[in-house]
Ligand binder design. Sequence first.
Ligand SMILES: NC(=O)c1ccc[n+]([C@@H]2O[C@H](COP(=O)([O-])OP(=O)(O)OC[C@H]3O[C@@H](n4cnc5c(N)ncnc54)[C@H](O)[C@@H]3O)[C@@H](O)[C@H]2O)c1
Length: 503
Amino acid sequence: MNHGEALRKKIESGAARVGVLGLGYVGLPVVTAFSGAGFRTLGFDIDERVVRRVRRGDSHIGDVPARAVAAVVERGLLDATTDFGRLGEMDAVIICVPTPLGKTGDPDVSHILDALRHIRDGLRPGQLIVLESTTYPGTTRELLQPELEQGGLTAGREFFLAFSPERVDPGNPTHTFTNTAKVVGGLTASCRELAAGLYERVIDEVVSVSSPEVAELTKLLENTFRAVNIGLVNEMAVIADRLGIDIGEVVQAAATKPYGFMRFTPGPGLGGHCLPIDPQYLAWKMRTLQYRTRFIELAAEVNAEMPRYVVDRVAQALNRHRLPLNGSRVLLLGVAYKPGVGDVRESPALDVIELLRRQGSEVSYHDPFVPRLAQEGGDLESQPLTAELLASSHATVVITDHPRVDYGLVLEQARIIVDTRNGLPQRQGERGEPDKRGEPGGAVLYPLSGPPRLTALGGDAGSGHGLLAPDLEPVPGMDSSRGEAIPFDDVARRYRMSAGDQP
Ligand SMILES: NC(=O)c1ccc[n+]([C@@H]2O[C@H](COP(=O)([O-])OP(=O)(O)OC[C@H]3O[C@@H](n4cnc5c(N)ncnc54)[C@H](O)[C@@H]3O)[C@@H](O)[C@H]2O)c1
């Protein structure tokens, strides 16, 4: 029996041992799925704390419940180690290590190279190696194959090599690792068949493609598509603002078209480990081929400018109430890069905090998913969301539209709200409380673009009454009698004329 045939039998019988390298957002769901399906698995990580936690039957990843890890650890199907010498015991090794950008913005594949060196030391005939980490087209053939073949074994004959991009969407309870179709591209037909056969044991639908390069570019198309469309809708927000229009209303209306339109919502910028980074892998690869990826670069530029746009928006909002950024207390609601998760990697909140601090603002935050935030200008802790906190903050800025936040209380108690997600006040009854809070108390609500909405205490737009300074003590050292309250009509008119200018 040849090596491929022997491995196929082990996979089909469930006797294959599966090793997963890197037990993070991607690797932990993978190893839990295989052990849950009855495979004996071993997770490898360089971080001892991660390994200890998994061995205890605990989870450090929000989407993987601790009880799921505990169940497979107790059954002896999942173990974890920092001892890479044990890689040789595995029949299949799945690589889920990080692929960040280096300081110069080029791909940093050092984690993949580290992983390869460990695998190569224990590589034996009959092993299947699959890369899941997002990377540039060509990585499997140009980097993995020569690195692994250095030990004298040949890919496709003695060992098997494939690329299968991870599609995990943290915080998404509907589309999970097992029910999301998985693309697989092998170096040879037998590599592809073995890798597809392995994933078919745990995943509902496996999509085989003709080469690792097709699978690598598929992942980059998916993420570039998202990054570019988010860039487009973010630029639309800036355009809408210049026109004095609320982009949230525009997107909602456009999304009623049943064909030819896909809803993307604007916000404070791109975050997470994927969208700001992955397209840059493709851009880099294409630079080596003397091709400039214009859509990718333009989208990255527009998305990267959004935190500054948000801070300008906060400055304009405060200014209309005769308050400066300098010395104002600004409360951020949400610092994670997306709702429902505690991941702050590349989160636009980090840039917003830094820019606000540079302008002299006193920044605090509330995020039910992020208890602490390490920041260069001083670490921050999530503050309990109380009426006092909201009422004493000069501006409240919704950065992440998390669930489990009392938006009713926010609308009731906050004074100036900048809603970068355009979710308020629709979200106010979200905690299941009766919607009796109804109208916001005294807040003036600034959506991501367009004119502010007046609320109960601010007078009404048609009356011509001045837009009153919210009921806040002035910033120390400021003469609060300076300047004039600007009539609302005037604010709206000037806003439409040139949203970038201070009235
Ligand atoms: N997080 C996502 O939503 C997501 C989605 C799709 C694809 N991906 C891709 O998956 C890959 C992994 O991302 P992640 O979010 O799971 O990262 P992560 O930072 O959450 O986890 C990576 C883990 O790998 C470990 N590690 C680092 N170097 C290692 C090495 N040499 N050997 C063994 N372990 C090592 C780290 O200690 C960490 O526990 C990346 O390429 C990423 O682009 C991530």
